[in-house]
Design a protein around this ligand. Sequence first.
Ligand SMILES: [Zn+2]
Ligand SMILES: [Zn+2]
Length: 394
Amino acid sequence: MKEKIRQEAAKLFDWLVEIRRDIHAHPEIGLQEVRTSARVADELRRLGLEVKTGIGMTGVTGLLKGGSPGRTIAIRADMDALPIEEQTGLPFASQNKGVMHACGHDGHVSVALGTARVLSGMRERLRGNVKFIMQPAEENYGGARDLVEEGVLENPAVDAIIALHIEVDESAGKLVIKPGPIGAAADVFMVSINGKGGHGSEPQACIDPIHIAAHVITAMQTMIPRSFDARDPLVVSVCSIQGGSAFNVIPDCVHFGGTVRTLSRERRAAIPKKLEDIVRGITSTFGATFDFSYIHGAPITANEPGMTDLMKGVAAELWGPDSVVEMDKPHMGSEDYSYYLEKVPGAMGLLGARKDREIEYPSHHPRYDFDERCLPFGVELLASTAVKFLNGEL
Ligand SMILES: [Zn+2]
Ligand SMILES: [Zn+2]
């Protein structure tokens, strides 16, 4: 089936580009992907899939049942855009002011629909099912969490999941991947320090929360790295602080908050207590009180080794062994694909899509763009991996 998939994917090139450009020109922010999900649902219905809409607000699933029963593999694509004013000058640039597909999710939609088209053309030869999970709100909300809660991994039960993310650091025809963690868990903490305000000239009559906050933040930045094994990566960043409104008034309270990124469950579990201990110890020394809250965001994105090997093997078989690039290190950003990986084994690979131009703009940049020649490569890889998972061979 390898050759058949390759030919079909190549034939779809113009259609893949049309979809990508249509989605690109009409970007929608997470949970508002109304037009996008309508087009996605239409295309999946036209291919004869069982389609469900309105999952987690704007999510869509499409179930492709093979000719004989078997396992179920899911293919996930995210559909949302970013609040960025596009500056690419492309003929198909965003028509929605202040909104842009700057993370390649327009490409992810195109590749997933292309995969559905190729596999629906050979459904009789498939042993099992392929479930397409077209997900909202990866960037702003963690849409995957709601989809998992609403049961996208059930009925039929999903045995494994695969996904690609477009990657402009590598050229088309390359797969970047590694087993284990590829992205960090992203948690949020918020702190209020409650002191006693007063005249700026009389600190002795006050409990100055600005002074205390300065100590707490300094202690966080020094004690956290000195309390844990440096070989297990960890980032704690205080990213916002509010307090005071005049040069001669000590305020009653200061609020600050930030983000924690970790790559292991053990480290992730240990951080909230450590942060709270630091806040408690320092505020009590100065006679202030505090409020502390900690919110767990997306988990660690960890590729299951077996599924990683499967994707690698398929890429090497399709495009040659040099096409597989071992990802050197995980990044400390997060990806809500991790919610699926907590429930079922799966992997995410990065699909090379570097444009042939002097300056490559990174994702989330107003001039971001990618090489559309990656689209049929993505279709070939996802379709072939699904076939190999279900049928045992390509
Ligand atoms: Zn992004
Ligand atoms: Zn993304």
